[in-house]
Design a protein around this ligand. Structure first.
Ligand SMILES: *[C@@H]1O[C@H](CO)[C@@H](O)[C@H](O)[C@H]1NC(C)=O
Ligand SMILES: *[C@@H]1O[C@H](CO)[C@@H](O)[C@H](O)[C@H]1NC(C)=O
Ligand SMILES: *[C@@H]1O[C@H](CO)[C@@H](O)[C@H](O)[C@H]1NC(C)=O
Ligand SMILES: *[C@@H]1O[C@H](CO)[C@@H](O)[C@H](O)[C@H]1NC(C)=O
Ligand SMILES: *[C@@H]1O[C@H](CO)[C@@H](O)[C@H](O)[C@H]1NC(C)=O
Ligand SMILES: *[C@@H]1O[C@H](CO)[C@@H](O)[C@H](O)[C@H]1NC(C)=O
Length: 330
């Protein structure tokens, strides 16, 4: 999803003079505490955020940051409150080394997802660049602390199909653990669909049980690219698979969802939850990268400018479920 990530640090220097329309510091998606969605929750770029709530603290981790010469593979932030008082955890790189299988020194780490295991320890799933093929694959790393440092569990990637895998997201249902992810790369000149896959794991979050199942795949109508999955249980029964359609550098990027009665499907695409537009006075641009505290509380990213300029900011939204329909809570 983030093949442009390395540009983020260069752009501010290359384009030091904002266009007139952006002359004020106001970002495109400026919500207040009373709006739904809310945000931005942090002032700095926070792409593909994940969220985990432990006791009374929320933690979020995001796609890599470049600070001068230094690459932070997995930056982290925390807050006692989902919508207020977020701060970046100073100097934190939750994944100092992304694994022997990754390109060094910069593994291009994207879309981390932190999960707590039954024994209280943590597993971090992430996408990073395969040193040999230069295609992104999914890796896993473990830590006894939520903020790490996480250590890769293996010298090899966890999931590494020839056409790549990114955007991992852990999901637990009735004590059984799963991992959803995107397989395939739509940014090539191929017209192959991208697929959202579901893989069951043992309690360790690392050992596979059986083979992956395809939940949905992209269509040309969806822009040939479907990514960034997140699964939740529908409070009304069944499951909701959130995903993102289109390319992240286009304002057509949108958070969509599909529903199913059983975890492995069949999933019925229900359309967009959030696309570029005005919601409760907040202008969202290319919303994507959703993750969930619980089915009702979602975080996601939206372009800081009204078009893609590299900076994506974190937002939160409260959702409501009526049958298989999901909307912003009014
Ligand atoms: C959460 O609270 C429990 C019980 O007080 C404690 O054992 C645990 O360490 C806390 N977890 C974190 C991440 O602070
Ligand atoms: C966050 O803080 C606001 C304002 O104090 C409060 O209304 C809200 O309930 C809090 N949310 C959570 C999830 O604690
Ligand atoms: C890279 O990808 C290939 C092809 O999927 C895989 O066989 C290999 O184990 C991966 N890792 C390295 C270090 O090449
Ligand atoms: C899907 O891919 C085809 C072939 O590359 C391309 O012609 C078409 O424009 C793409 N569709 C969208 C919506 O990007
Ligand atoms: C899912 O769809 C496939 C193909 O359309 C069909 O063969 C299968 O019976 C369906 N499964 C369920 C559980 O509806
Ligand atoms: C993108 O636009 C936002 C809002 O105007 C601005 O704060 C940010 O610095 C811009 N980022 C880049 C990389 O130009």
């Amino acid at each position: 999803m983030l093949s442009y990530a390395i540009c983020f640090v260069l752009l501010p220097f290359a384009f030091g003079h904002p266009q007139q329309a952006q002359a004020t510091a106001t970002v495109c998606s400026d919500g207040t505490a009373d709006t739904n969605p809310t945000g931005p929750l942090l002032e700095e770029s926070w792409a593909d955020p994940c969220i985990i709530k432990l006791n009374d603290t929320h933690y979020s981790f995001a796609t890599n940051h470049y600070r001068g010469e230094k690459t932070i593979n997995v930056p982290g932030a925390s807050s006692p409150n989902l919508t207020h008082n977020w701060h970046v955890i100073d100097q934190l790189d939750a994944l100092p080394f992304a694994g022997h299988w990754t390109t060094q020194p910069d593994a291009h780490v994207w879309a981390p997802d932190v999960n707590q295991l039954d024994d209280g320890s943590f597993v971090l799933y992430y996408a990073a660049e395969n040193a040999t093929t230069k295609v992104h694959c999914v890796g896993a790393a473990t830590s006894s602390s939520v903020t790490g440092p996480y250590t890769p569990n293996s010298p090899l990637p966890l999931i590494c199909p020839d056409d790549g895998a990114i955007d991992p997201d852990g999901f637990t249902h009735e004590g059984t653990r799963y991992l959803v992810y995107k397989q395939g790369h739509a940014h090539s000149d191929k017209n192959d669909p991208t697929r959202i896959m579901l893989q069951q794991t043992e309690a360790d979050g690392l050992t596979f049980v059986g083979s992956p199942t395809e939940l949905i795949h992209s269509t040309i109508i969806g822009g040939n690219d479907t990514e960034s999955p997140a699964l939740v249980e529908n409070p009304n029964g069944g499951f909701v698979l959130y995903y993102v359609n289109n390319n992240f550098h286009q304002t057509a990027y949108s958070i969509e969802y599909a529903t199913a009665g059983t975890l492995t499907g069949n999933y019925t695409k229900q359309g967009a939850l959030l696309h570029t537009g005005q919601y409760d006075g907040v202008h969202l641009s290319g919303p994507g990268g959703a993750d969930f505290v619980n089915p009702d509380h979602m975080i996601f990213m939206s372009n800081a400018a009204c078009e893609f300029n590299g900076t994506r900011l974190m937002h939160a939204a409260v959702l409501q479920y009526q049958g298989t329909t999901v909307t912003l809570r009014s």
